[in-house]
Ligand binder design. Structure first.
Ligand code: GDD
Length: 385
């Protein structure tokens, strides 16, 4: 196999753990594999995670990439990891190195450049926003971008938040997560799931996301008694797992909402579209935290919902509004304001015809603007493929 166009990906976010960055990186790998068919190798240096053996075998069998797990649980830009990455780049003849999340790994860029790597680029998500704002971290961020040819951003919000901290040598390019529009397709509600969760004839609001503060499942639960006043049959389905689960379950129990709020847990990727399709509305009122340092970078789930033909209620946090056409594919709400969340949810549920229109518009927008083909082609070009 030719090593001429071999690429090394250095990342902490690969799987088996699931989250937005992992979804994004795996999607980009798939796109590169398609663009890369003529030859060359994609090598991935990543950290150790429980259960990774089977995940790696499947990934390698499916895509032909090589996965190398470092012994570290979190890959940090230490001198040892610098040496490991430089050795792998040499061994596989990788002239391009791609960092799956810019910070902190792109701090390695200077070392790898001196070790002979010609082309270095990094992807940003949401957390680079705080790196670009806090003193000291901002300096590290800027220094890291000096050796990068390109730094990617998700949308207008993250671009403008970071740009002042990016070195002039480094070009900013938008690379957003594409959506697998053939996977997330509009479909009827699954009869089995409707029966399983007792949803027949009920209005269903679905939320898919890690159970963490920022995603705002707590505010949805707080808003639910008020939603029930105008829609006594409304059910909230929470898909996902996370550290806030116990807190959220307590919230539901103390409000006596166990019949109206259901915890689905983690759902396999193949089954996820069926869960989006159960919703008359997708709601995740994300909120910024830590004085605006922790924000939503974009919110892939809003776009997965749109691609599934489901209208969206998003939170006004960071780049989340970039994932909604307000008043067309959905609405945006202040995720700290329970009254507004309740009012908007109730109003949207009262207008089924309008919800259908928004869902249909979301599907069109996802296909035209967010398909993997669009972002995958752009990323492959950036890597010179
Ligand atoms: N299979 C499965 N099962 N997937 C899930 C589950 C589940 O139970 N829960 C969440 N996911 C998937 C969603 O389908 C989506 O693809 C991803 O995990 C979540 O992505 P985001 O909505 O974007 O949120 P994030 O906070 O994990 O991601 C961060 O990085 C993204 C990419 O840069 C945030 O900064 C996002 O705003 C950003 O879009």
């Amino acid at each position: 196999m030719s090593h001429q166009r071999s690429i090394l990906l250095v990342t902490n976010d690969l799987g088996p753990r699931a989250g937005g960055i992992e979804t994004f990186i795996l999607g980009l790998i798939d796109q590169l594999v398609i663009a890369h068919r003529a030859g060359g190798q994609i090598v991935i240096l990543t950290s150790t995670q429980p259960g990774s053996e089977k995940f790696d075998q499947d990934l390698m069998a499916r895509t032909g990439v090589v996965v190398i797990r470092d012994r570290a649980k979190v890959l940090l830009p230490s001198p040892r990891v610098n040496r490991v990455a430089a050795r792998i780049a040499r061994e596989y003849g990788c002239t391009t190195v791609w960092f799956g999340a810019a910070m902190p790994l792109a701090w390695m860029a200077g070392h790898l450049k001196r070790a002979g790597v010609k082309n270095l680029l990094a992807i940003t998500h949401g957390h680079e926003v705080w790196w670009s704002k806090l003193p000291v971290f901002r300096q590290i961020f800027k220094q890291s971008t000096k050796s990068l040819s390109h730094l990617t951003y998700l949308g207008e919000f993250t671009r403008s938040a970071m740009q002042g901290a990016v070195s002039k040598n480094c070009t900013m390019v938008q690379i957003a997560p594409g959506i697998p529009i053939d996977h997330f397709v509009p479909s009827q509600k699954s009869k089995e799931l409707v029966a399983q969760y007792d949803l027949a004839g009920k209005k269903v609001v679905v939320c898919v996301g890690r159970l963490v503060h920022r995603k705002g499942q707590d505010k949805l639960i707080e808003a639910w008694p008020e939603v029930l006043e105008s829609h006594p049959d409304a059910v909230l389905l929470l898909v996902g797992i996370g550290p806030r689960e116990k807190f959220l379950r307590n919230q539901v129990a103390t409000r006596g909402l166990s019949r109206q709020v259901r915890f689905v847990g983690r759902v396999a990727y193949n089954e996820l579209p069926q869960y989006f399709s159960l919703g008359d509305l997708f709601a995740m009122p994300s909120r910024s935290r830590l004085a605006g340092l922790e924000v939503e970078g974009l919110g892939i789930v809003y776009l997965e919902a749109s691609s599934s033909g489901i209208p969206v209620l998003a939170g006004r946090s960071g780049g989340a509004p970039d994932a909604v056409l307000q008043g067309i594919t959905g609405e945006v709400v202040d995720g700290t304001d329970v009254k507004k969340i309740a009012a908007l949810t109730s109003r949207m549920l009262s207008e089924p015809e309008r919800l259908r229109e928004m869902g249909a518009a979301g599907r069109v927008w996802a296909v035209e603007k967010w398909s993997w083909q669009i972002w995958g082609d752009k990323f492959a070009q950036l890597l010179g493929l």
